[in-house]
Design a binder for this molecule. Structure first.
Ligand code: 5AD
Ligand code: SF4
Length: 433
């Protein structure tokens, strides 16, 4: 039996799709890259913005039509955040769906698929708990690993706490075992995932004591054969000095921090319930850069949050000019059900949101390109991830992409390269001795 998995959304969703692929393969399923060849199609969905939902919904519609007209025995399933949020409503809206599996039940998909041959499956209960220990990541150089799930922050715009529940951290031993398994399979770099990795609190199975993120990094730093450790996402209100020192001092931990600021206006930050001010964010960035001069800092920004005036927006723009992020992911505010911001009037017009988005995109593009340009001539450490269009695609410790030209097989290699060219923010380099 062949299954095709389409993934929308964040890295956590990608990881979840990897988990499901792994579990299915263990049961003898084949994972295929073309949906036309599959007997089962699973759509792993995101609901963080309406746009993400709409994309998944239209895909589901297309596959529903295909099922009805060309392939009635196809099993079509929806999993992930939108499945958790919509539940039964999805089965009602799309009678051709065979299963809807929420974020708490993904580990049961192999079992549920067997049942789905005879009846419709709805698995969206949120009390169910399971933590996987799969040795996924076959054939990869860089792999994700979830260290915690859920979020307790309830930022006023965010639906994540409602569809992924409260924070649960995995025991450090499970994470270490999974990382060691990955390394045995050839993985050289792991990215630790969580909605808010700074509040990781894993209880040791052996000793019963609690590990925070820096403690976990210290253990992972000792894993032989592992070259690099990255982590995401960090919440500015929870970054400690201890964490900054861990990034500075543990050799394998990379100089890369994704630190979503969301807005540069204190009024908006407070309406967002982010728990920090513009000043606090700026002093945090300063501290990080003092301790880790080579660090790259990236961010997320929302424009057009309710009540965001031109003045609030200008403060965000000024903050971006001041910080000069390496990359910024910029989003238009999208009201989400259950969230407290959804009760506020969505009063920034569509056109205004679009304009603010474009203004920040243009600004960031300029900054990113200037930063890329300043790296030309430098020698940097890269890890080769794969071959793409005849060139080796690699990442720096600071998470920049570098294309490397070489006739040798460099797969999985850690190399020093000299950056010789910047092409629209994409760096090109050649290996040096
Ligand atoms: N509207 C727009 N952007 C959002 N994000 C989260 N919720 C919303 C929303 N309702 C953004 C935030 C977050 C990123 C993952 O998605 O910037 O950091
Ligand atoms: Fe959402 Fe805020 Fe939690 Fe991030 S920290 S997942 S933005 S509630």
């Amino acid at each position: 039996m062949r299954v095709y998995i389409k993934t929308y959304g964040c890295q956590m969703n990608q990881y979840d799709s990897d988990v499901v692929s792994f579990l299915l393969k263990k049961e003898g399923w084949e994972i295929v890259g073309e949906w036309e060849k599959a007997e089962v199609i699973l759509v792993n969905t995101c609901c963080v913005r309406e746009h993400a939902e709409n994309r998944a919904l239209s895909r589901i519609g297309v596959w529903g039509k295909y099922k009805r007209s060309k392939n009635p025995s196809l099993l079509l399933g929806v999993m992930g955040c939108m499945a958790q949020k919509e539940g039964k409503a999805l089965l009602e809206r799309f009678p051709f769906l065979d299963l809807v599996v929420g974020t708490y039940r993904i580990w049961d998909i192999p079992e549920l698929l067997k049942e789905a041959k005879n009846k419709k499956i709805l698995a969206v209960d949120s009390t169910y708990q399971k933590f996987p220990l799969p040795d996924i990541g076959e054939g990869k150089v860089s792999a994700f690993i979830s260290i915690m799930r859920g979020c307790n922050n309830f930022c006023s715009y965010c639906i994540v706490p409602y569809v992924r529940g409260r924070e649960r951290s995995r025991p450090p031993e499970d994470i270490l075992d999974e990382v060691k398994c990955l390394v045995k399979r050839g993985v050289k770099e792991v990215t630790l995932l969580g909605q808010n990795v700074n509040s990781y609190r894993g209880i040791s199975k052996k000793k019963g004591n609690t590990y925070d993120l820096p403690d976990l990094l210290k253990e992972l730093n000792k894993v032989e054969g592992l070259y690099r450790i990255k982590f995401t996402t960090s919440h500015p209100k929870d970054i400690t000095e201890k964490l900054i020192y861990a990034v500075r001092d543990y050799q394998k931990v990379c100089e890369y921090i994704h630190l979503p600021v969301q807005s540069g206006s204190n009024r908006i930050l407070s309406l967002m319930r982010r728990g920090y001010t513009r000043e606090k964010y700026l002093s945090l960035v300063k501290k990080i850069r003092e301790e880790i001069p080579e660090v790259s800092i990236t961010t997320d920004i929302i424009v057009g949050f309710p009540k965001e005036t031109q003045e609030d927006f200008s403060m965000t723009k000024e903050l971006m000019e001041e910080v000069r992020f390496d990359t910024a992911y910029i989003f238009k505010y999208s009201p989400r059900p259950y969230t407290s911001a959804a009760k506020l009037p969505d009063d920034v017009s569509k056109e205004e949101k679009e304009e603010r988005l474009n203004e920040l995109l243009t600004l960031q593009k300029k900054i990113s390109e200037e930063k890329a340009e300043s790296l030309v001539g430098k020698v940097m450490e890269v890890l080769i991830e794969r071959k793409e269009k005849g060139k080796w695609l690699s990442k720096t410790r600071t998470h920049r992409t570098v294309l490397v030209e070489s006739g040798d097989n460099l797969m999985g290699r850690l190399l020093q390269v000299k950056i010789c060219r910047n092409h629209k923010g994409i760096l090109e380099g050649i290996p040096v001795e």
